[in-house]
Design a protein around this ligand. Structure first.
Ligand code: MF3
Ligand code: CO
Length: 252
């Protein structure tokens, strides 16, 4: 069931989204060679809590940390650890926060030092995929129009679009209906309507779309070992332009 949010509820989600936005900005400033992913987790956790919010990932289905940090061939759900970032890495940071009962959810892929051209392009195009999708975040379009926009842009570059994970509705729960796939699905016929709030999150691979789930129960990696990028924002559909809940105007 898709829940329609009131304007007051959308404002609450926007406040949660700002905590997520600021957490990601803090992570972006601290992503550099030599830093451990656990140090980034702690920074993010402390910042979210000091903002009066709750890190929504912590304890979610038993997830052990406050953010997900996925390096290089890790697609999503990387668990922060003693792993040290190094020059040339790409680092996907996924952050969720609950404020006043409402969720915000967003992700960015950051570069460490000098990253090779092909991988840099992957990161740039993954962000562009979100913006292509945003053009369809208006009443009257279908969820599948969002999916097609992401898929078309990624595949035009020869990239693999991950099939095993999808974006989602969001509100008082992190994951609500509808599913928001990054590829065409005939099931995604729902029409967008003012008051719908969704997390659009392209997960795009330089090589094959195929992924593995690691034995830690969380980390998802590419099957061919090539890099993967992730970019996500929480978006509210309105009678007019969509509202970006997890960034101001143009998202980094
Ligand atoms: N941001 C992720 C999503 O959109 C959630 C991370 S899974 C968790 O599904 F367990 F870490 F919460
Ligand atoms: Co999400």
């Amino acid at each position: 069931m898709i829940t329609i949010k009131t304007q007051a509820e959308i404002e609450k989600m926007h406040a949660a989204g700002r905590v997520v936005e600021n957490t990601l900005a803090l992570l972006g400033k601290n992503v550099k060679a030599g830093v451990t992913t656990e140090a980034l987790n702690k920074l993010a956790h402390d910042f979210i809590v000091s903002s009066g919010a709750i890190p929504s990932f912590l304890g979610y289905n038993g997830y052990p940390k406050s953010v997900c940090i996925s390096v290089n061939d890790e697609v999503v759900h990387g668990i922060p650890s003693g792993r040290k970032l190094k020059d040339g890495d790409i680092v996907s940071c996924d952050v969720g926060a609950i404020l006043d009962g409402f969720h915000g959810d967003a992700a960015r892929t950051f570069l460490v030092g000098e990253v090779d051209e092909a991988t840099k392009r992957l990161v740039k195009v993954t962000r562009e995929c979100f913006y292509k999708a945003l053009e369809y975040c208006r009443e009257g379009y279908r969820i599948s129009d969002i999916s097609i926009a992401v898929q078309k842009h990624a595949e035009a570059h020869g990239y693999g679009v991950v099939r095993d994970l999808v974006g989602h509705g969001i509100g008082t729960h992190m994951h609500e209906d509808p599913e928001v796939p990054n590829f065409y699905s005939p099931r995604s016929r729902q029409r967008l309507q003012a008051g719908m709030t969704i997390a659009i999150e392209p997960m795009i691979n330089l090589g094959t779309e195929r992924v593995w789930q690691l034995e830690d129960g969380w980390t998802v990696t590419t099957q061919d070992g090539k890099p993967s990028a992730h970019y996500e924002n929480t978006v509210a559909i309105t009678k007019g332009d969509p509202i970006l809940m997890t960034c101001s105007e143009v998202c980094p």
